[in-house]
Design a protein around this ligand. Structure first.
Ligand code: ZN
Length: 361
C-alpha cells in the first residue's frame, strides 16, 4: 500500500497495458480501496518496458486512480485471494500446464494469506488414468508449485452437479437433447445458415422445439439424452450480466456466444461448464485464472452463476503457450512434458524460462 498511487495515470504516455504483457509479469497486488465497498480492489498490471500501470477495479467496474498522493482514509482488510489450477488426469503436465499453474500460484502467493488450490478435472472418466493424478502432483511439487488444501477430485462432487442440474431443470433453463452427432450435422446441412458459435457451428436447436409432451414421451422411452442450456431464454431471464478480467477489463456477457451448450452429456452426465462453475463457488475461488481460449466459455459461466445464485470471481485469461508455428501446444506433445524435461536434466528454473506466450524460446 505504500506506493498506492502511481505518478503515471492510467493509459499514460507510455500507453495502456500491452497485450504482450505475459502472465509472469502480471503483478496483481490486490488490496482493499479505502472508503469503497468491500468489493473494491486495486490491481497493478505491469507491462514490459513500462512503469507500473494501475487499474482500480471496483466491483467489476474499472476506474482510474485518484489524484497522486491522495492517501487512503480507511484501509479495509485484505481480500483472501484463492486461485486454482484444474488439470485433467488424462496425461502428464506439459509446458502449457506449467504456465497455467504458475499464473494461478503467483497470483495467490502475491497476496498475504492467498491460497493456491489443485482440482483434478476427472469427470471425463473414460480418459482418466489413476497414475496421472500422482504424475500431476509430482510435477507440480517438482516445479515448486505446492498447493494449500487437499486436492479436490470432481468425481467426488457428482451430487453437487446433479443438484445444480436439477435446479436448472426445475426452472426450465435446460432441455433434453436426444440428437446424435450425425443428426446435428444433418440438420446443419439443411439450414441455409447454421448458427455460428466461436468454435464452429452452434447446436441448431432441434430439441428446443420439442413440446413438453414430446420431451416426456422420449424421456419415458428411455432414450439417452444430453441436457442443454436454453441460453437465450436463460439470458433473457437473467438480464444484463458482466464479468471482470484483469487483462481485458469488464466485458458484457453474451451467453448465446456458444449457443445452447451441453451441461450434462449422454455418457458422463454433468460436464465441464456446469462442474467448473459449481466447483469454483464450492472452493471459494476469488480469481479464476485460465487460458484465453476459454474466454468465450466465461460468457456462459457468468450466466450459470446468475442462474444458480453463485458468487462471481474475478478472471484472468492468460495467453497460451504457442509452438514454433504459432499454434497452441498440442496436449500430447511428449517432448514438452514436464517429466521429460526433468529427465533431460532441466531444472524448474529452466522450465519457467521456457514459458513464453509468443513461442518456445
Ligand atoms: Zn437435440
Amino acid at each position: 500500500m505504500t506506493d498506492y498511487f502511481d505518478p503515471l495515470p492510467l493509459g499514460s504516455r507510455r500507453g495502456p497495458p500491452s497485450i504482450t504483457a505475459i502472465p509472469l509479469q502480471i503483478e496483481a497486488r490486490l488490496s482493499a480501496i479505502s472508503g469503497e465497498p468491500a468489493s473494491g480492489w486495486i490491481c497493478a498490471i505491469k507491462s514490459p518496458g513500462t512503469r507500473r500501470i494501475r487499474r482500480i477495479c471496483d466491483g467489476g467496474k474499472l476506474r482510474s486512480p485518484g489524484p497522486c498522493g491522495t492517501p487512503p482514509a480507511v484501509r479495509k482488510p485484505l481480500m483472501l485471494v484463492r486461485t486454482r489450477f484444474a488439470p485433467s488426469p488424462t496425461g502428464r503436465l506439459h509446458l502449457g500446464h506449467a504456465l497455467a499453474a504458475r499464473v494461478a500460484h503467483s497470483l495467490a502467493r502475491q497476496t498475504p494469506g492467498g491460497k493456491f488450490l489443485l482440482r483434478h478435472e476427472d469427470i471425463d472418466a473414460p480418459r482418466v488414468r489413476e497414475a496421472y493424478y500422482q504424475g500431476i502432483e509430482e510435477d507440480l511439487e517438482w516445479l515448486g508449485l505446492g498447493w494449500d488444501e487437499p486436492p479436490l477430485r470432481q468425481t467426488s462432487r457428482s451430487a453437487a452437479y446433479e443438484a445444480a442440474l436439477a435446479r436448472l431443470r426445475e426452472n426450465r433453463m435446460v432441455y433434453p437433447c436426444f440428437c446424435s452427432r450425425r443428426e446435428i450435422q444433418k440438420e446443419w446441412a439443411t439450414m441455409a445458415a447454421a448458427p455460428q458459435g466461436t468454435e464452429g457451428p452452434a447446436y441448431p436447436g432441434t430439441c428446443r422445439k420439442l413440446s413438453p409432451q414430446e420431451q416426456q414421451a422420449k424421456l419415458a422411452s428411455g432414450l439417452p439424452c444430453a441436457w442443454r442450456l436454453d441460453s437465450r431464454l436463460a439470458a433473457s431471464l437473467a438480464g444484463p450480466l458482466a464479468f471482470h478480467d484483469l487483462r481485458f477489463g469488464t466485458t458484457t456477457a453474451n451467453p448465446d456466444l456458444l449457443g445452447d451448450v451441453v451441461l450434462a452429456r449422454k455418457d458422463i452426465g454433468p460436464a465441464y461448464h456446469l462442474a467448473v462453475v459449481v466447483d469454483d463457488a464450492f472452493q471459494q475461488i476469488t480469481h479464476v485464472t485460465r487460458g484465453e481460449d476459454l474466454f468465450p466459455s466465461t460468457h456462459v459461466h457468468r450466466l450459470l452463476q446468475a442462474l444458480l445464485d453463485l458468487p462471481v470471481p474475478i478472471y484472468l485469461h492468460h495467453p497460451l503457450m504457442l509452438d514454433e508455428h504459432g499454434k497452441r501446444l498440442a496436449k500430447r506433445c511428449d517432448s514438452l512434458a514436464i517429466a521429460a524435461l526433468r529427465e533431460a536434466g532441466l531444472t524448474p528454473a529452466d522450465v519457467f524460462a521456457r514459458i513464453d506466450p509468443t513461442g518456445i524460446t
